[in-house]
Design a protein around this ligand. Structure first.
Ligand code: PLP
Length: 480
């Protein structure tokens, strides 16, 4: 990460300007930097964007409406938005080797909605229009329109189950995807915790989905996208991969061949703020067969694009094209392995027994007799920021859970290496070993309360602070 007084001047000046209007916001921005500097951030979906990425977001691009696509806008005066959107797409195509890139989605959930509707438009709407001899939906009779709406709402999706590491947006009822699609899940082999491709193939043959969604938020191993595509082709499904979590590993060429989703899936979605280390946002990549439908994301499911965020996406993707991003991606995985090995050596049980990517899932119920919620709270008391997560066949359900998910993208950006990861594994193990389950006010065992000696939590928190002091966050930025 670059350092220097130019960055300090830029951020200090920005904060002073804000202070002139609402000092409490200025204070909160400054405090957020301090909090981030002081925390041992192991949340697998977070990172630290570069100063260039952050600065690209705070400007007058925010004022501009730009519905439409590059060169085809519904508003006048979009030439500069065209420049940044085209650059974001060009860098994305280059970084990922994609035929087409769409940089407008505001978030990962939006990117997934764009992708679902692109597939529905291509595979359900377009044939219906053709059958009715209509050019567009407005030309359909009331009867044909009613039939099409019914057909659009009657499609099937096969997605990874939540407890195996899938994401809510992959067809689960609390999310709109679960209300749109009739969803069935595939999971992992209970004996190994690994994706069970043969069971998936069998379910796909029986269920005949329109879309198979691959991708995850909490699966610590590689996914073979060549096999996934083979299964999708066999049953006539479109393969969509949500690489929100591991896009940085694809950009950094750590995931290649069968493990790179882009050559195998017809459509790939991502967030830009996790391992990819860009601004908070989403993106869709696809092959040319779906490009036209994907570009209709606005107005299909999106409002006007966020040109300031697209500017920051272009900067982040330019960073991802540099050779040092490849070594960053490799260090994420090296660190994740070191963390896993450190935990295993100390006796912890890990889902799948280890990791091949940026995240590790500790089974805290089997290892320490704690729920995920108790472990998460005890670690937070000790200055270690993680989040609880379900594990396959979770005995504690989706709220309390039995897992703790930890990831290395953020600490790797900060410069920590494998030696520090081993030490962090030791800190985590010490906290969880010293923690016990609490009791409810009625004296019954609690899944929420935990007991941890303050001496232990204070000692670990101090060690975490000392460790982080050797790896300053945003070293070029001094807010004074
Ligand atoms: N897809 C996956 C696999 C995710 O892990 C997430 C976020 O955690 C999302 C989509 C949603 O991203 P966002 O929070 O940007 O909407």
């Amino acid at each position: 990460m670059p350092s220097g007084s130019t960055e300090s001047t830029a951020f200090r000046s920005a904060i002073e300007v804000i202070r002139g209007v609402e000092p409490r916001v200025a204070d909160a921005i400054g405090q957020e930097l301090e909090d981030q500097r002081d925390s041992l951030k192991l949340i697998a979906s977070e990172n630290y964007a570069s100063p260039a990425v952050l600065l690209a977001m705070g400007n007058w691009f925010s004022d501009k409406y730009a519905e439409g696509t590059v060169g085809r806008r519904f508003y006048a005066g979009c030439r500069n938005v065209d420049t940044v959107e085209a650059l974001a797409a060009e860098h994305a195509r280059e970084v990922f080797g994609a035929q087409h890139a769409y940089a407008q989605p505001h978030s990962g959930i939006d990117a997934n909605l764009v992708a679902f509707w692109a597939v529905l438009a291509a595979r359900v709407e377009a044939p219906a229009l053709e059958r009715a001899g209509a050019r567009q939906v407005n030309d359909l009779s009331e009867e044909d329109w009613a039939r099409l709406r019914h057909e659009l709402g009657d499609q099937r999706m096969l997605g990874m189950s939540l407890d195996a590491g899938g994401h809510l947006t992959h067809g689960f009822r609390p999310n709109i995807s679960g209300k749109m699609f009739d969803q069935r899940s595939y999971g992992t082999d209970p004996a190994t915790g690994l994706l069970d491709y043969e069971a998936l193939r069998k379910t796909a043959r029986e269920f005949r989905p329109l879309v198979i969604v691959a991708g995850y938020s909490a699966y610590p191993r590689l996914v073979n996208f060549r096999i996934m595509r083979e299964i999708a082709d066999e049953v006539g499904a479109t393969l969509m991969v949500d690489m929100a979590h591991f896009a940085g590993l694809v950009a950094g060429k750590v995931l290649t061949g069968d493990f790179d989703p882009v050559p195998h899936a017809q459509i790939v979605t991502t967030t830009t703020h996790k391992s990819l280390r860009g601004p908070r946002g989403g993106m869709v990549l696809c092959d040319s067969s779906l490009a036209e439908q994907v570009d209709r994301g606005c107005p299909m499911v999106l409002g006007g694009p966020l040109p300031h965020v697209m500017a920051a996406k272009a900067v982040a993707l330019a960073e991802a094209r540099r050779p040092d991003f490849h070594s960053y991606a490799q260090r994420i995985v090296d660190n994740s392995r070191a963390l896993a090995e450190g935990l295993l050596r100390r006796g912890a049980t890990l889902v799948t027994g280890g990791t091949d990517n940026h995240l590790v899932l500790i089974d805290v119920e089997s290892s320490y007799g704690l729920t995920g919620r108790q472990a998460e709270a005890a670690l937070l008391d000790s200055g270690v920021v993680t989040n609880r997560n379900s594990i396959p066949q979770d005995p504690n359900g989706a709220w309390y859970t039995s897992g703790i998910r930890i990831g290395t993208p953020a600490l790797t950006t900060r410069g920590l290496g494998t030696g520090e990861m081993d030490e962090i594994a030791g800190l985590i193990d010490r906290v969880l070993t010293a923690t016990t389950a609490g009791v409810t006010s009625a004296g019954k065992p609690s899944k929420a309360q935990h007991v941890l000696d303050a001496k232990v939590s204070d000692e670990i928190a101090q060690r975490a602070t000392d460790l982080l002091a050797g790896f300053p966050l945003y070293p070029g930025i001094d807010l004074g």
